[in-house]
Design a protein around this ligand. Sequence first.
Ligand SMILES: [Zn+2]
Length: 70
Amino acid sequence: MSDPIDLAAIRVDQLDRVRDLHRPVPGQGYLPDGGYGDIAPSCSSCGTPGEYAVPWPCPTIRVVDGKDDQ
Ligand SMILES: [Zn+2]
């Protein structure tokens, strides 16, 4: 049986890896007003940062940080 403290450490490490994948980068995409332009910061993994950027923090990071409002 695993030690619960080790499981907590593994979980923190996994969340850090998720944050590494979903980090803020400059990007371009469609703006809330329907125009097209810079979205900074945008997520490095969600969408396509150079074309269809997703604003950062993206839904994944909001869940990781416990700020998901759904
Ligand atoms: Zn993301």
